[in-house]
Ligand binder design. Structure first.
Ligand SMILES: [Zn+2]
Length: 230
């Protein structure tokens, strides 16, 4: 799970990975015979029983740096990825976090990413926390964003990523009702693991090979362990 690929002096939430670090992390995958793919491709491979060596790569929020800094690196390796973007951001930059007003992808840039083979998923309409939302607002964030992004990207939107990773049973039901085939959480509770609450591992700027190897192993163990209760 990535957010921005940029060098930012002020990054209190550690959402940025520098372009150099990102390139090194993708090289780390490639050298181990691993291949970065979109989540939808990963899930199809899992269904076929053919997901060995595949790693889902995701970017939340839809920062412009995904297009300019991450895409060239992905392309170099022939990797895919999923970008979870907002359909109706409150401003052209991040306004939901304090002091990190980084520019977001415009509609034509989202289209460009899609044309380059990056899967476009929804991160909601406005980056609103879904837990506890009234039914109608929940539907607007989840269903309306799917329809809007489908038009922007020019294809069916399959995936959703919960803003702040926050979800409950009502949010998962809204995602299913809206027609998504999967949704990404951050960490999932016991009994919560499903294709509507896929766990992800945070990858940051401090993560070198040792940390990536550890995170990969922990992610696997965590998924298998929680899968027993799903
Ligand atoms: Zn987000």
């Amino acid at each position: 799970m990535y957010h921005a690929v940029a060098r930012e002096a002020h990054d209190p939430n550690q959402l940025c990975v520098s372009p150099e670090r990102f390139a090194a992390q993708m090289t780390w995958l490639a050298r181990r015979g691993l291949r970065g793919v979109s989540v939808v491709s990963l899930l199809r491979a899992v269904q076929r029983g053919d997901a060995g060596g595949l790693v889902g790569i995701t970017f939340d929020d839809g920062y412009r740096s995904v297009l300019h800094a991450a895409l060239p690196v992905l392309r170099r390796h022939g990797f895919g990825a999923t970008a979870f973007v907002l359909s109706d951001p409150p401003a052209p930059e991040n306004t939901w976090d304090e002091g990190t007003a980084w520019p977001l992808l415009a509609a034509d840039e989202i289209r460009e990413l899609a044309a380059e083979g990056v899967e476009i998923g929804s991160h909601g309409a406005t980056h609103t926390r879904l837990t506890g939302l009234p039914h109608r607002r929940l539907a607007a964030e989840v269903a309306d964003s799917r329809a809007a992004l489908g038009e922007v990207a020019g294809g069916e939107v399959q995936g959703f990523a919960y803003p702040w990773g926050a979800m409950d049973a009502a949010a998962r039901a809204a995602v299913a009702a809206a027609g998504y085939t999967y949704a990404c959480a951050v960490s999932t509770p016991y009994r919560g693991l499903s294709t509507l609450a896929l766990p992800r591992a945070y990858v940051g700027d401090r993560d070198g090979g040792f940390e990536l190897a550890l995170k990969r192993r922990l992610h696997k163990v965590n998924s298998i362990w929680k899968g027993r209760f799903a």
